[in-house]
Design a protein around this ligand. Structure first.
Ligand code: HEC
Length: 143
């Protein structure tokens, strides 16, 4: 008990300090709006709901993104997610790259994307059968 009484405040202190540490940034960088993806409304709606938190510059930073250790994980996901695919700079990608990304979107959606850990906190992001069909149709049938 005695050890716990001493250790617990220290532990909480460490977590608070880690949360306050200026590691990484929770930023939504400004980009030219004309570079953003333009897809049919039903497709955009799905991406905005289920993907934009990690794959755009319009991240809705959740409260737990300010709490260590979740903060590190969220910032990493957004950083790597944007680097892999950013719908806000979609038109800056070459045609070839866009085709590759579309194929990747079609195969990853509903499988590894959105990330499982994200779905724990965002039930609304889960893709339905119809969502998947809409996404795949867009990925395979549009320029
Ligand atoms: C919680 C964050 C998060 C969400 C939400 C999310 N992703 Fe990702 N996504 C990542 C990360 C991180 C990577 C890069 C590392 C990897 O591949 O796991 C990635 C990679 C990808 C890639 C690979 C790009 C390439 O280079 O081939 C595709 C495609 C993708 N995501 C599509 C989606 C789609 C579509 C959605 C929504 C249905 C989505 N993701 C939702 C975090 C996320």
């Amino acid at each position: 008990m005695r050890t716990l009484k001493i250790m617990l405040p220290i532990l909480i202190g460490v977590f608070v300090l880690m949360s306050l540490l200026p590691y990484g940034k929770r930023e939504n960088p400004q980009t030219d709006p004309s570079l953003a993806l333009q897809a049919p409304k039903d497709v955009e709606k799905i991406f905005k709901r289920s993907c934009y938190d990690c794959h755009s510059n319009h991240t809705r930073w959740p409260w737990y993104s300010y709490i260590f250790p979740f903060s590190w994980s969220v910032m990493d996901h957004v950083k790597n997610g944007r680097a892999a695919l950013n719908f806000d700079t979609w038109k800056a990608y070459s045609k070839e790259k866009r085709e590759k990304l579309k194929a990747s979107i079609a195969t990853k959606s509903g499988v590894t994307m959105p990330l499982k850990s994200y779905l724990w906190f965002h039930k609304e992001a889960k893709l339905s059968k119809e969502d998947l069909q809409t996404i795949r149709k867009w990925a395979y049938e549009t320029e």
